[in-house]
Design a protein around this ligand. Structure first.
Ligand code: BTN
Length: 320
């Protein structure tokens, strides 16, 4: 059998059955394949004992030294964990402002005033992944919409690398599965004469109970544990998401065109009719035609003309 198909089959079995018996060959294959997947070793996802693989559920061990050591290669200089915090965004912005180079990572067990887009509250109970990556860039780089596309791409690639689960992206920055929201991204920036400080906030429903969300949010949300049918070890997932996100952000600053091309592969609404709310009361409709190099959404209107949308929210989509 083709080794990559074999790897996939074995990983799928472990992820769905929690415990499986392995041949020596299979064990080696898993070890090697996960080694290549963002540097997360097999022991972080599974315990391998006497040719048995058991899904690691030693969750919630937020050892910041360990996380920092794993992410050193990705230029993460500082990692902070707070069991409870209002939002990771503020402290992340402060840390990034104090540093000229490199990235910082702030993780929360729970946020009691988590922030979403448009000033919304982001419900962040224990069990999810709530974190912010901070960094600064010289000059007035400013906030550009494609940075959130780059982040979303890093997040879905990190999830795929860890769990073989391919989620989709919905412009500008929703992580989705079957029309339900699994996660979101909030990017904030502080521009001064010398630099722009960025805070990239990522929120992902992982093991947190969706039924505890307010009804209006819960009915359009889902979590990774619901999708795969069991709890997920969050540390390896976090490591792969952060490393892939940093790779994607770096790529964005050097060659934004490549990000846009890759983003399209995960775009769940390409070719579908959508309605976008530009601001309260102002809605544009059209067929989604991907994104521009600058990260704007491209909509084809009834006359065949392409309309560019820089900011807004897709409130309705058809034809799935
Ligand atoms: C959205 O509205 O879709 C964006 C949600 C972003 C939530 C994350 S959780 C970590 C970080 N801290 C916050 O307060 N918000 C972001």
């Amino acid at each position: 059998m083709n080794p990559s198909i074999m790897i996939l089959n074995v990983l799928k079995k472990i992820l769905s059955s929690k415990t499986i018996q392995l041949s020596l060959e299979e064990e080696n294959i898993i070890r090697n394949s996960l080694m290549q997947r963002g540097g997360v070793s097999v022991e972080e996802l599974f315990e391998l004992k006497n040719k048995t693989a058991v899904l690691n559920n030693k969750d919630d061990i937020w050892n910041v030294e360990y996380i920092a050591s794993k992410l050193k290669a990705f230029n993460i200089g500082v990692v902070k964990y707070f069991d409870e915090i209002a939002s990771t965004q503020g402290i992340s912005m402060k840390l990034a402002s104090e540093r000229q180079s490199g990235y910082s990572l702030v993780i929360a067990g729970r946020q009691f005033r988590g922030r979403g887009r448009y000033g919304r509250l982001w419900f962040s109970d224990y069990g999810g992944l709530w974190f912010s990556i901070g960094f600064s860039k010289p000059n007035k780089t400013g906030l550009r919409p494609a940075l959130s596309l780059a982040t979303g791409l890093g997040v879905v690639k990190g999830i795929e690398a860890t769990l073989l689960l391919r989620l989709g992206l919905k412009w500008p920055n929703d992580i989705v599965w079957n029309r339900r929201k699994v996660g979101g991204i909030l990017i904030e920036s502080l521009v001064s004469e010398e630099s722009t400080v960025f805070t990239v906030g990522i929120g992902l429903n992982v093991n947190n109970p969706i039924e505890k969300l307010p009804q209006n949010v819960g009915k359009i949300a889902t979590s990774i544990s619901r999708i795969v049918g069991h709890q997920i070890p969050r540390v390896p997932l976090l490591l792969n998401i952060v490393s892939n996100t940093i790779i994607s952000i770096e790529k964005y600053f050097t060659s934004p065109g490549r990000i846009v091309e890759e983003w399209k592969e995960y775009d769940v609404l390409y070719g579908r009719r959508v309605s976008v709310e530009l601001y309260p009361g102002k809605i544009v409709k059209g067929v989604e035609k991907g994104v521009s190099r600058g990260g704007e959404l491209l909509l084809e209107d009834n006359t065949g003309k392409i309309v560019r949308v820089a900011m807004g929210e897709i409130i309705d989509f058809y034809g799935t």
